[in-house]
Ligand binder design. Structure first.
Ligand SMILES: NC(=O)c1ccc[n+]([C@@H]2O[C@H](COP(=O)([O-])OP(=O)(O)OC[C@H]3O[C@@H](n4cnc5c(N)ncnc54)[C@H](O)[C@@H]3O)[C@@H](O)[C@H]2O)c1
Length: 307
């Protein structure tokens, strides 16, 4: 049985990946400290270690489990928190990732797959959709931390031949996304509307993002594991959608009469983000199967069922 270790497997994207790998016959080991994740997301067939990726005990998990593939999704994902406390954010996102990379090197794994970010790495780009070759100009510690790991991965590949793929994701949405944080506008709006609360929209709502459905991201992670390629790949739809449009679609699906609250834009908010996905299409054979309508409909149905 092929074995994969997934960090962050109790979280939003990670738990969907766990399900997909188990469905495909993998033996799955999850490392998660449950800081934002939840055990109720976790597939009962996965072996679970409640552990911080920064812990020196991580090496014992590798010693015992000997995974072939490592998917690294655990992270401090809140951009604003990374601004407020860059040291704590870097300790998870840089030092924790390095801890995992060192274990992966020592135990000679087959492939390391990382979830990086598109929007936060390219900043307010003037080429839209933005290709991987665009100058990286992160506007937050979170973006800098993700970019650092992309660079470390390249170093581990060049010096130790550790094969990797880093996926620079757009704005991922779907079931199980945590609506408590500041990330995940779809989850936040869904949750508010389903509870009969007014969603809050900051600024004009004209800011754009590249919204990609979680099943498409899981498929990209799976194809990245199978691929013989190494490097960074954008994973997005290549389409810009503004927040007003998201709100409009969700109102149609949940409550057409719902009235939002409009508040002042938050400082430093990125204006546009949209990823050129042609490299992933060409090298990984990946393409998004869900358009926004289909993805949002599925998300709303799941949120309704999850209560
Ligand atoms: N959701 C998005 O739109 C998006 C976009 C770009 C990149 N990403 C990246 O994808 C990955 C998964 O994000 P998500 O949206 O599923 O977030 P999430 O918060 O649902 O998942 C992160 C998981 O990691 C765990 N975790 C956090 N810190 C940890 C630590 N120190 N040790 C062990 N476990 C820890 C959490 O408990 C959680 O289960 C992250 O690396 C994130 O940066 C997400």
């Amino acid at each position: 049985m092929k074995k994969a270790l997934i960090t962050g497997g109790a979280g939003f994207i990670g738990s969907h990946l766990v399900d997909r790998l188990i469905e495909d016959g993998f033996s799955v080991v999850v490392v998660d400290n449950l800081s934002t994740g939840d055990k109720k997301n976790l597939n009962p067939k996965a072996k679970f270690y409640k552990l911080d990726i920064c812990s020196p005990k991580l090496v014992d998990v590798f010693k015992k489990e000997k995974p072939e593939y490592v998917f690294h999704l655990a992270a401090q994902i809140d951009v604003r928190k990374s601004v407020e406390d860059p040291i704590s954010s870097a300790s998870t996102n840089i030092l924790g990732s390095l801890n995992l990379l060192e274990c992966s090197r020592v135990f000679n794994i087959k492939k390391f797959i990382f979830t990086s970010t598109g929007g936060a790495i390219y900043g307010d780009a003037n080429i839209i959709p933005t290709p991987e070759s665009y100058t990286e100009e992160p506007l937050s510690p979170y973006g800098i931390e993700k970019l650092s790991i992309d660079k470390y991965l390249n170093y581990y590949y060049n010096i130790f031949k550790l094969s990797y793929i880093s996926l620079r994701l757009g704005n991922v949405y779907g079931s199980r996304q945590n609506s408590k944080g500041e990330a995940g506008v779809v989850a936040i709006f869904c949750d508010n509307m389903l509870q009969g609360k007014k969603p809050i929209l900051y600024g004009s709502g004209k800011n754009t993002r590249d919204f990609v459905f979680v099943a498409d991201v899981v498929n990209a992670l799976f194809l990245a594991m199978k691929s013989s390629k190494t490097g960074v790949y954008n994973i997005g739809t290549g389409k810009e959608t503004n927040i007003n449009q998201i709100l409009k679609n969700l109102k149609m699906l949940i409550d057409p009469k719902c009235k939002e609250i409009r508040e002042q834009a938050k400082k430093g908010e990125q204006k546009r983000s949209c990823l050129d996905n042609r490299k992933a299409k060409r090298d990984l054979g990946w393409k998004p199967k869900y358009d926004l309508e289909k993805g949002l409909e599925e998300t709303v149905n799941c949120f309704k069922n999850e209560g």
